[in-house]
Design a protein around this ligand. Structure first.
Ligand code: HEM
Ligand SMILES: *[C@@H]1O[C@H](CO)[C@@H](O)[C@H](O)[C@H]1NC(C)=O
Ligand SMILES: *[C@@H]1O[C@H](CO)[C@@H](O)[C@H](O)[C@H]1NC(C)=O
Ligand SMILES: *[C@@H]1O[C@H](CO)[C@@H](O)[C@H](O)[C@H]1NC(C)=O
Ligand SMILES: *[C@@H]1O[C@H](CO)[C@@H](O)[C@H](O)[C@H]1NC(C)=O
Ligand SMILES: *[C@@H]1O[C@H](CO)[C@@H](O)[C@H](O)[C@H]1NC(C)=O
Length: 321
């Protein structure tokens, strides 16, 4: 009796241990690399500390890289693949080309992770961790990253064109593009707060500062000084004038003051369904921080490759030979 009871207990315990080590197909787990690469989070974090200290904007750039990876066929590292003679990737799709940055940072982190744990950690997971650390290092919230994503063996340039929202998008389009990825309007509004850090090129906000009417006139005039109506496409402006390298709720305060940089930003506070939430976030930084963190976890869960799908790429820029 005692024997069969402890046998039962042991079987139960090993079943639980197995379940923890191999989460069900299609699901990610915070402890995915606990035995196979226990130092991975520490390696990514210390690399991001160095990078962000040298160039704070890089925290923003890696956050955007993650968003653009997840919105195109899921968080599968597909954005990292270089074009080849026979293959056209996502990084040169119009929403990404000369705009998404940080590929070398991911290469550097990947090299360090490979040195510690060969062929174990996906590029997709490295991007997810690096994005979390970038936000946190710039003063934003932190969250537990679920892991176990595998890397795509292909990329789809036309999907990058279809699924990434553009700066001219209206509220209806923004809500439906996020809904298509399983994120509701509230999550869309919280995630847009990623624009509390980083910069945009003149060509993305020119129409807004010259033609929109729901804009603070002083702000428009100020932005026109470095973004003329006819030239200077690649001149940069920070999303958040006050604290461009600090993750806070100033983005929403700016929207309330009609100082959103992109047309799409101001759509969130323009008499529509998201006004009340923008107002709340503008006055409650901790509410924004916790909603942002929760929505980031959800964004990170967008159709990952798991189990035996995809691969663990050795070089984030190319499919394994
Ligand atoms: C809601 C729809 C969104 C639109 C229309 C949009 C559009 C843009 C555009 C046009 C830029 C400037 C790109 C350039 O000039 O090169 C930008 C930058 C950025 N976006 Fe978004 N974005 C959206 C949502 C998001 C989300 C959900 C995140 C992250 C959670 C995010 C994070 C960023 C960051 C951090 C930058 C600055 C990057 C840097 O400085 O390198 N964006 N976005
Ligand atoms: C690429 O994405 C487009 C647009 O979403 C889709 O119609 C097409 O089937 C995809 N191609 C492949 C090979 O997955
Ligand atoms: C929003 O933009 C879409 C696509 O450009 C357009 O079809 C739609 O009419 C616009 N909706 C509103 C309410 O302006
Ligand atoms: C402003 O809108 C007008 C009319 O649609 C357009 O011709 C012009 O190019 C726009 N100006 C800028 C700077 O976007
Ligand atoms: C104008 O744009 C350039 C080029 O991006 C940038 O280096 C500079 O900081 C900008 N100047 C101002 C005053 O915003
Ligand atoms: C801010 O939001 C938090 C939830 O994160 C809530 O507990 C708190 O009461 C809110 N504070 C104010 C002043 O509304």
């Amino acid at each position: 009796m005692a024997f069969s009871n402890s046998f039962l207990l042991l079987s139960l315990l090993s079943l639980l241990a197995w379940a923890a080590a191999c989460p069900p197909q299609g699901q990610l787990s915070p402890t995915f690399y606990a035995t196979s690469c226990p130092d991975v989070q520490c390696i990514v974090r210390s690399a991001m500390e160095r990078v962000v200290r040298r160039e704070p904007r890089m925290g923003a750039s890696i956050l955007r890289l993650f968003f653009h990876d997840c919105f195109v066929n899921g968080c599968d590292g597909s954005i990292l693949l270089d074009d080849t003679a026979t293959f056209t990737g996502e990084k040169n799709a119009p929403p990404n080309q000369n705009s998404v940055r940080g590929y070398e940072v991911i290469d550097t982190i990947k090299a360090r992770v490979e040195a510690a744990c060969k062929a174990t950690v996906s590029c997709a997971d490295i991007v997810a961790l690096a994005a979390r650390d970038g936000v946190h290092l710039l003063g934003g919230p932190t969250w537990t990253v679920r892991l176990g994503r595998r890397d795509a063996t292909t990329a789809n340039q036309s999907a990058a064109i279809s699924y990434l929202p553009s700066a001219g998008a209206n509220l209806t389009t923004l809500i439906s593009m996020f809904a298509a990825k399983g994120l509701n309007a509230q999550e869309m509004t919280a995630l847009s707060g990623g624009h509390t850090i980083g910069q945009a090129h003149c060509k993305t906000f020119r129409d807004r500062i010259y033609n929109d009417t729901n804009i603070n006139p002083g702000f428009a005039a100020f932005r026109k000084r470095n973004c003329s109506a006819s030239c200077g496409d690649s001149n940069l402006a920070p999303f958040d004038i006050q604290t461009p390298n600090r993750f806070g709720n100033e983005y929403y305060q700016n929207l309330v003051a009609r100082r959103g940089l992109l047309h799409s930003d101001q759509e969130l506070f323009n008499g529509g369904s998201q006004d009340a939430l923008v107002w709340q976030y503008s006055t409650n930084a901790s509410l924004f921080a916790s909603d942002f963190a929760r929505a980031m976890v959800k964004m990170g869960n967008i159709s990952p490759l798991t189990g035996t799908s995809g691969e663990i790429r050795l070089n984030c820029r190319k499919v394994n030979a």
